[in-house]
Design a protein around this ligand. Structure first.
Ligand SMILES: NC(=O)c1ccc[n+]([C@@H]2O[C@H](COP(=O)([O-])OP(=O)(O)OC[C@H]3O[C@@H](n4cnc5c(N)ncnc54)[C@H](O)[C@@H]3O)[C@@H](O)[C@H]2O)c1
Ligand SMILES: [Zn+2]
Ligand SMILES: [Zn+2]
Length: 351
């Protein structure tokens, strides 16, 4: 099978691999959709900048895999050949405090925490080995591409939104309208947000956001953002802010555009933020959350809600590629002139 690795110089390397065999507690999956995340671009595509949990060990890339189980190893308890599954993209030890809470993302085991596409082979190949305990069933109502979007992006956003709580009481500001920011808008709609304001620095991203009709207002990043957001919210600012750009000026602006008693969640990763605690938070009684991926139980809950809401995360995919076009897929995602980018196989290529 062909698998894509990331040498760290803004290219991809396609190599021939043997189709692996599942060991104890593992399944072999036929990958159907494997999407690209902003974190791949930031940490390992341009350069291997990531350290620790974001350290890349030269494996097959892709941490947003979704596919079908085609073989099960000994000791599997629940999954069977033919099952459709999303891969929760970090395999933890299963026994530490964080793993037992379902947050294998923050597993503390020194060697057993391995993320797919970072420290163990991921989804940018026709086949992948996954541990059964890392799988979440994909219901028939959702496509494999919907599932790939849940494996990181939608799962991450849903977690962050549940932390701050979103309802019909809220005007929501979303900074950074890449796939993560777009996911935030589509989930905020379903959660009943009253007004959704988006900000991005790239006109192409703003155009995609406008075309998807997920926002009430889309603003180009600039000096006047805070003032404009106050104008749009009767002078108050937003009840909730969801930061998905990782840009320091967007972070600074978002906390200031959040109204008194409001809440902000930081999802965009890397880089600094300038925070003056007294005026920015303390005197206005604001709460700032950090949120890292999600838990396995919350991912199961999200999948159930997506079906109930008839929400299809794959609607945010603007480009689908075959595995031998993987170079084009990563360079397009790096350009930002796209929504979500997917590498697909079999029936998902034809959609
Ligand atoms: N917390 C987590 O668990 C988690 C999980 C997945 C991704 N992420 C992070 O979320 C972020 C978004 O991911 P993505 O896939 O959408 O990436 P992306 O790079 O495609 O999107 C980031 C967007 O921010 C925009 N931006 C840059 N400067 C801005 C500014 N000053 N104001 C407003 N927007 C600005 C960019 O133009 C881009 O559209 C990345 O930092 C990624 O690493 C975090
Ligand atoms: Zn990701
Ligand atoms: Zn653990």
């Amino acid at each position: 099978m062909l698998g894509a690795c990331l040498p760290g110089d803004s290219t991809t390397e396609l190599k021939e691999f043997n189709v692996p065999e599942p060991g104890y507690g593992e399944v072999l999956m036929r990958i159907k959709a494997s999407t690209i995340c902003g974190s791949d671009i930031r940490c390992i595509y341009h350069e291997h900048l990531g350290k620790g949990p974001e350290g890349y060990q030269g494996v097959i890339a892709g941490h947003e895999p979704c596919g079908q189980v085609i073989a099960v190893g000994p000791g599997c308890r629940s999954y069977r050949v033919g099952d459709r599954a999303i891969v929760y993209h970090i395999s933890g030890c299963g026994l530490c405090y964080d793993c037992r809470r379902g947050y294998m993302i923050s597993c503390t085991h020194p060697t057993l925490r391995r993320a797919y596409g970072w420290q163990r082979d991921g989804g940018m190949a026709g086949y992948m080995i996954a541990e059964e305990k890392d799988l979440v069933h994909l219901p028939d109502e959702l496509s494999y591409a919907d599932g790939a979007q849940v494996a990181c992006g939608f799962g991450t956003v849903y977690e962050g939104l549940e932390k701050v709580g979103i309802s019909g009481n809220d005007a929501v500001l979303i900074t950074g309208l890449g796939p993560v920011g777009l996911a935030a808008a589509s989930l905020c709609r379903k959660l009943g947000a009253n007004q959704i304001i988006g900000v991005d620095a790239l006109p192409e991203r703003n155009k995609i956001a406008e075309d998807l009709k997920l926002f009430d207002e889309v603003l180009l990043a600039g000096e006047d953002n805070e003032k404009d957001i106050r104008k749009l919210t009767n002078g108050h600012g937003v009840e909730r802010a969801v930061e998905c750009s990782a840009h320091h000026s967007a972070r600074n602006m978002a906390i200031r555009a959040t109204r008194k008693w409001g809440k902000m969640v930081m999802i965009g990763e890397g880089g600094p933020m300038q925070l003056n605690p007294s005026p920015d938070m303390i005197h206005d009684q604001k709460t700032l959350y950090g949120s890292w991926v999600t838990s396995t139980w919350r991912m199961m809950e999200l999948v159930e809600r997506l079906v109930r809401w008839n929400l299809h995360p794959a609607d945010l995919i603007t480009h689908r590629f075959e595995i031998d076009q993987v170079d084009e897929a990563y360079s397009l995602m790096a350009s930002g002139k796209c929504g979500k980018v997917a590498v697909c196989f079999d029936e998902e290529l034809k959609l």
